[in-house]
Design a protein around this ligand. Structure first.
Ligand code: PLP
Length: 405
């Protein structure tokens, strides 16, 4: 059990008033708010230990380096990875996927090879593969959806052939708020000797992740969606793949020695961390994960599931309400009658309620649904049923305004 009132006190921004109304923040799938301990960590690092990491023999550099490496270990334990050198710090999910598309793609793929993605991917798990296609001629195929917006697993099973080299799918849809059967997806791929990249952007804040139990080959996530700072994320990769793949960016830190005729690369994880990392963000991400651990991810998930169940139940009381897919996580996408989602979002904003509207960076899925976009409410551990009541009242008010027109 989590004490929501106590938790809310840790988030200064939740006390904001928007247009003189209390903020109701329901855009957590886009980014979560930050607890004071994370905000303080950023300030403390700059105040007490700021110094470039991994390079200095001096005290401050060593303190900052230790703090950064402690964060790597915190992440390792949090996702159940075997080695801390399998944790690569990136700028976020997008960069993590681009890293794999670039490094795995350049090293192990050739023209005519195939990658499998799905019809519900975020653009960050589509466009890197399109760019790879343009560079190398590697193709991607798309797992279709069933009538109720689930991945068509039977069709997926039939998509493997001798050219299939990688599966890259999202764990939880950022539009539908539904969870894909990721273990089954991985097992099917592995039975075809194909590795799997899991886009964990929307699962990491809401689920216990154990990459070894899942047997995921790669797992990507962003810090800012799990109460951490922006600009920092993680790529987990199995040692075997990371050792095989060529570096992503070139520069300082990722080398052992550089001569004009030859450069040798650093060991993992540094081989993939060229340049000065966002060590301040990385240290603060470690703090965010410690904070999540202090509450217990299972407790967080239980609260969010209850909020989602309640939101779906309440939304269904509104006439002409359409809910897309079968949300089982912490987000729900909907449309009300003919009201354009952008209009609904604007009216709710005036009531202090922040939701997300539009295509949610998943245009192919929105096109598949044949709609202009959706309104999406997404929840975090600090949200309450009272806030969902405010959302429902706000939608009812919008409906009234539009029916009076
Ligand atoms: N994948 C999914 C499923 C997402 O929901 C998002 C962001 O919303 C991303 C990838 C990209 O994350 P970021 O912008 O933090 O790199």
């Amino acid at each position: 059990m989590v004490n929501i009132e106590e938790i809310r006190k840790e988030f200064p921004i939740l006390e904001s008033r928007i247009y003189d109304k209390p903020l109701v923040y329901l855009d957590n799938a886009a980014t979560t708010q930050k607890p004071k301990c994370v905000i303080d960590t950023i300030s403390n690092v700059y105040t007490t230990m700021n110094s470039n990491v991994h390079r200095g023999v001096h005290h401050l550099s060593q303190v900052a380096t230790t703090a950064m490496e402690n964060s790597r270990e915190t992440v390792r334990k949090f996702i159940g990875a075997k080695h801390s050198h399998e944790i690569i710090f990136t700028r976020g999910t997008t960069e993590s996927i681009n890293l794999v598309a670039s490094s795995y793609g350049n090293t192990l793929l050739k023209e005519g090879d195939e990658i499998i993605i799905s019809a519900m991917e975020h653009h960050s798990n589509i466009v890197p593969w399109q760019l790879l296609h343009a560079r190398t001629g590697v193709k991607f195929r798309v797992i279709p959806l069933t009538g109720n917006c689930k991945l068509d697993i039977e069709a997926y099973k039939g998509m493997f052939n001798e050219k299939t080299r990688l599966v890259s799918v999202t764990h939880v849809s950022n539009v539908l708020g539904s969870t894909n059967p990721i273990k089954e997806i991985i097992d099917i791929a592995h039975s075809n000797d194909v590795p799997v990249l899991v886009d964990g952007a929307q699962s990491i804040p809401h689920k216990k992740i154990d990459v070894m139990e899942l047997d995921a080959d790669f797992f990507a996530f962003s810090g800012h969606k799990i109460y951490g700072p922006t600009g920092v994320g993680v790529l987990y990769g199995k040692e075997l793949w990371l050792e095989t793949m060529q570096p992503y960016n070139g520069g300082g830190e990722m080398i052992k020695s550089v001569r004009f005729d030859k450069t040798s690369f650093n060991d993992l994880p540094y081989k993939f961390e060229a340049g000065t990392p966002d060590y301040v963000g990385i240290i603060a991400l470690g703090k965010a994960i410690e904070w999540v651990n202090s509450l217990g991810i299972e407790n967080i998930a239980a609260h969010e599931h209850e909020l989602t169940r309640y939101a779906v139940e309440q939304l269904k009381t509104i006439p002409e309400m359409r809910i897309f897919g079968e949300p089982d996580g912490a987000a729900v996408s909907f449309l009300t009658g003919d009201i354009h989602p952008a209009d609904l979002g604007t009216i709710l904003d005036r009531l202090g309620i922040a939701i997300r509207t539009g295509h949610h960076c998943a245009q192919p899925l929105i096109d598949h649904l044949g709609i202009p976009g959706t309104a999406r409410a997404s929840f975090a551990v600090y949200n309450t049923k009272k806030e969902i009541d405010a959302l429902i009242q706000g939608i009812k008010r919008a409906v009234k305004m539009f029916t009076q027109c």
